[in-house]
Design a protein around this ligand. Structure first.
Ligand code: GDP
Length: 326
């Protein structure tokens, strides 16, 4: 494969080339890994920056409906929109929830949109790496907005927040007046909370839920990366396309403010550092499993640790010592 040529096509914004490039970075073959690294290096020169929006919500809150309506609204403004997903459960459950072909049908036919399901790997680390690289490719291809969707299993919200400029939490109207068991950690990384399904009979419940969350957000410590009135909660109806313009206006207000105050650059810089360290960690772990002697030692020590014969720390130190000797 001619990597230079593929890179040129990606930079020219060709959708098929972008799809092929993402397939390449998803491949685990060592020769593909080397080509992928080269490709990412070449496209990096574009310097284009998309607005990366992380979007999380439990199944059924209306993520696909929202992405379709919101995405169509953005493409109607002339913006190019890419949708990526982080779904570490897809490999285990067989079919990916986020990769379901029937989802976002209108958006997937829109020439200004590009949709890519989650890579089917069961390890969050692997999915995260691919998605982060796919984000870089979409940016190089000239997409203005990259939506990164996750169902929020395990640590996936944190992982998505680490590759986003803004993090949006989508919620459904709650039945009672209790907050829907949203973990405090997730509240703390949310920039905008959208309570969906604010239409018909659900509207009053959606408004109550929204008020509850607005109250909860006010109790959180003020973060330096936020202008006044952020983080904020508002209601939307993905189905009836209500409140989407306001939600977009909030995102623009927030991203403009962060750009002007250098929080944008600082966040991207610390994210780049984070992913660099993550790559080193993944690389070191991969080396452990590739080296026969080391992986045999890992197995043996794993058994000893499980039996309580060795402490996890002492066992780990033996592996590290061995690694140093290689
Ligand atoms: P996802 O699992 O988070 O992707 O959720 P879906 O987008 O598949 O939506 C789950 C269900 O909620 C579907 O039956 C949608 O029609 C419905 N839904 C999504 N958005 C809205 C909305 O704004 N209002 C109402 N009333 N229903 C909605």
């Amino acid at each position: 494969m001619d990597i230079q040529e593929l890179a040129e096509k990606v930079l020219a914004g060709e959708r098929r080339a972008l799809a092929r490039a993402i397939t390449l970075i998803e491949s685990r073959r060592p020769d593909h890994r080397a080509e992928a690294a080269e490709l990412l290096d070449v496209v990096k020169r574009s310097d284009r920056q998309a607005l990366r929006i992380g979007l999380s919500g439990t199944p059924g809150v209306g993520k696909s409906t929202f992405i379709e309506s919101f995405g169509m609204m953005l493409t109607a403004k002339g913006l190019r929109v890419a949708v990526l997903a982080v779904d570490p459960s897809s490999a285990r459950s067989g079919g990916s929830i986020l990769g379901d072909k029937t989802r976002m049908e209108r958006l997937s036919r829109d020439p200004r949109a590009f949709i890519r399901p989650s890579p089917s790997q069961s390890e969050l680390g692997g999915v995260a790496r691919r998605t982060r690289e796919a984000v870089a490719l979409c940016e190089a291809a000239g997409y203005d907005v990259v939506l990164i969707e996750t169902v929020g299993v395990g640590q996936s919200e944190t992982v998505v927040a680490e590759m986003s400029d803004l993090f949006v939490l989508l919620l459904a109207p709650a039945g009672g007046d209790e907050l829907q068991g949203v973990k405090r950690g997730i509240m703390e990384i949310a920039d905008i909370i959208l309570v969906n399904k604010a239409d018909g009979e659900l509207k009053p419940a959606a408004m109550r839920t929204c008020a509850d969350y607005a109250g909860a957000l006010r109790l959180l410590r003020k973060r330096p990366q936020d202008p006044d009135n952020f983080p904020k909660a508002r209601t939307v109806s993905a189905l009836q396309e209500g409140g989407l313009e306001d939600a977009w206006a909030d995102m623009i207000t927030l991203s403009d403010w962060r750009r002007e105050t250098s929080h944008w650059d600082a966040r991207r810089a610390s994210q780049a550092r984070h992913w660099f360290e993550e790559e080193v960690r993944l690389g070191a772990l991969a080396r452990l499993s590739q080296d026969k002697e080391l992986s045999a030692l890992m197995d043996q020590l794993g058994t000893e640790v499980a039996k309580g014969l060795t402490s996890p720390r002492a066992a780990a130190e033996r592996v590290i010592a061995k690694l140093n000797a290689v």
